[in-house]
Ligand binder design. Sequence first.
Ligand SMILES: [Zn+2]
Length: 67
Amino acid sequence: MDEADLAQQEVELSLKLSLQRKEPSLAATGTCYFCSESLPEGQKFCDSDCEEDYRRLQWQKSQRVRG
Ligand SMILES: [Zn+2]
């Protein structure tokens, strides 16, 4: 392994960490977080629309707390 490989590993690691930080730790509950529809195991939202609406709602809540 040379220095380039090590640098590459560091980049990948920091990328992974930043992705984890951005993504809120939602556990899959079997129901949609937005509309509470039953979902297949491991899924958190029906589709990207529900996910988008949920995130918008969370954002609005966070704005309201500050205001
Ligand atoms: Zn949904």
